[in-house]
Design a protein. Sequence first.
Length: 195
Amino acid sequence: MAAPTHTLTVTLKSTIYKANLQIADIDNGYYADHALTLARHPSETDERMMVRLVALAFQAHQLQALCGGDGELKFGAGLSDPDEPDVVLRDFTGATRLWMEIGQPEEKPLVRACSKADAVSVYPFHHAAEVWWRGIQTKLTRLEKLSVWRIPTEASQGLLRLAQRSMSLQATIQEGTLMLGDGKNTVDVEPVRWK
């Protein structure tokens, strides 16, 4: 008689990061402090996590512009749940006003996101983003709610200097450029609008 076999399943937990983010968005007249918790999925890199933070900083002014300050801007389930955004802005009724994706998503999830939200923004950052864009660009032209902002790879990799389990960051946005710093290091992020 054969001995029973047992399968051991190991579930890796997300790593929790905390960020106090002071935003001075001069372009949009938005000034606020955000206390944020980022749950970094085991398959997520620090670079991707920091691009999520950058996307939130760039869009934080929408909290006032779209919701009159009466809404919630937060990190979504992202990699843990493909049906949820990486960053989301919901108004006081629970309606999704802005859905943000980080990386190089497929067409179908973007179509689904556009059906669930008033606006969708994608932030590709990987060195292969241009290849992804050439392959998907024509498929996305009909998505009127969609905007695509290319984060330069040099900038996204520079963000690694700022990644800490506990971060205190200053974000200044002026003339379309985000200057993100922690008092010792500063990274300039100037996204390029593809759509």
